[in-house]
Design a protein around this ligand. Structure first.
Ligand code: HEM
Length: 424
């Protein structure tokens, strides 16, 4: 694997730059499969679409996920599970997140979108300021909570569930020692466990909630036939769905509003497409989401570990090597995406407007470990925007000047705004 000069990393360290800047230079100098020594060992950065497809979709048996740190929060939940256990867990949840399963949750998503739209109406009437990022978090959490429990999200649960994000944000900087790491976030983990336990007990006690049985019922029902679904595993799946299912969508919707602030014509173009509720409108709104996900794929780095020696598009990768697949850089490769920094939703509406290689656009990953919530995320984003976009324009009073590249890529700072009644 072509590897960059260690001087590049040294300089980056001393200048205190962002990881994404270093990775971008690594790709520029060494290509789509590029070596870099971030620590003592070699890390391989994968951005070439063919190599991306090989690692994630064609040979996922050779490039495995290792989620030591995430396990602290999500235990053996789907995101961290491996082997046969992962297969069983995925099979159970997959049917809920596709086809008819998915349609069962459509109503809950719509309820959550209406609740947000009503809140925004009140903000617009009173001229009160809101924080777009916080609003999107509340919506995404409400959506997934309703889908899990059949209940709308109440303020107290919302407050307790802030602990999920707190632990998630702390993960990259926790001590390597598992016990010490657990101690550092023990109070937040206890809050999360208490909410999870309460929800599981409510379902067991026959509480289906006003929206009817939710995903948690599927899990507790499974427990009656499958001994592996212990209360601990049900808790782990619940926390996994909360953690994987809200920050990503919320961040995407926040980026989308920040992008529309710079490109108001894109909002108008989407609203000019077809009538409200038409398929044409839906496609146009979804193109806004896709173009946002191209520029800011929330999961901007997908780590893998080579379990065996392999040849990766002509390069030798030894067993034990860590790899970083980077959708963010693939999505900004000018050889794949002309004028890549430009926000242009038309790419996703025009035939031939985007590269068709499966490894060229992967905000939800690809292959067997691709996002379970892909359809869910697209539906909730589209439904919310179909409610909000026609009603108001958002006037930000300040916008973050840069992105924060952690586990997700998100706006680095608050997003205060007021709402104005839409003229178009
Ligand atoms: C996995 C992105 C929303 C649940 C993934 C992966 C990506 C991703 C890239 C694959 C990670 C890898 O290969 O290492 C996103 C984005 C979202 C989103 C960008 C929103 C815009 C959701 C939602 C849910 C969800 C709404 C649940 C309701 C999951 C789960 C996995 C996953 C459970 C693990 C699947 C497995 O390993 O089998 N997501 N996701 N995601 N996502 Fe999402």
């Amino acid at each position: 694997v072509p590897t960059v000069d260690p001087e590049l990393v040294k300089r980056w360290h001393s200048e205190g730059g962002e990881l994404v800047e270093l990775l971008s230079q690594v790709r520029e100098r060494a290509g789509g499969v590029a070596g870099v020594r971030l620590g003592p060992a070699l890390t391989v950065l994968v951005t070439d679409p063919q190599a991306v497809q090989h690692v994630l979709a064609l040979r996922p048996d050779r490039y495995v996920k290792r989620s030591h740190r995430a396990r602290l929060l999500i235990g053996d939940g789907l995101l961290a599970a491996t082997g046969e256990a992962w297969k069983r867990q995925r099979r159970l949840l997959q049917s809920q997140f596709t086809g008819t399963g998915m349609r069962r949750y459509e109503h809950r998503i719509t309820q959550a979108a209406r609740t947000t739209a009503e809140r925004w109406e009140a903000y617009a009437r009173t001229g009160q300021s809101l924080d777009v990022g916080k609003e999107m978090h509340r919506f995404a959490l409400d959506t997934i909570w309703r889908s899990l429990t059949g209940h709308p999200l109440d303020d107290e649960t919302a407050h307790e569930l802030e602990a999920v994000e707190a632990v998630g944000a702390a993960l990259p900087t926790l001590p390597a020692d598992a016990d010490k790491a657990r101690d550092a976030v023990a109070a937040d983990l206890a809050r999360i466990d208490a909410v999870a336990l309460r929800a599981i007990e409510a379902v067991r006690g026959g509480d289906a909630g006003p929206d009817g049985p939710g995903l948690l019922h599927i899990l507790t029902d499974a427990a009656t036939e499958r001994p592996e679904y212990t209360d601990q595993l049900i808790r782990d799946e619940l926390v996994t769905l909360l953690a994987a299912g809200h920050e990503t969508t919320a961040t995407t919707l926040t980026w989308l509003y920040l992008l529309l602030d710079q490109h108001p014509a894109a909002r108008e173009a989407a609203l000019a497409a077809g009538d409200a509720g038409s398929e044409e409108r839906r496609r146009a709104v979804q193109a806004l989401v896709h173009e946002t996900l191209r520029l800011y794929p929330a999961a901007w780095l997908l780590p893998r570990h080579a379990a065996e020696d392999d040849t990766l598009v002509g390069h030798t990768v030894e067993a034990g090597t860590d790899l970083l697949v980077c959708p963010y850089l693939t999505h900004r490769d000018p050889r794949l995406w002309p004028d890549p920094e430009r926000f242009d939703p038309q790419r996703f509406l025009t035939p031939g407007g985007r590269p068709t290689h499966p490894g060229a656009y992967l905000p939800f990953g690809i292959g067997p470990r691709a996002c379970l919530g892909l359809q869910f995320a697209l539906r909730e984003s589209t439904i919310l925007l179909e409610h909000l976009l026609p009603a108001h324009t958002v006037a930000f009073s300040a916008t973050p000047t840069k992105a924060q590249y952690g586990i997700t890529v998100r706006p680095d700072g608050p997003t205060p705004a007021t709402l104005e009644p839409a003229l178009v």
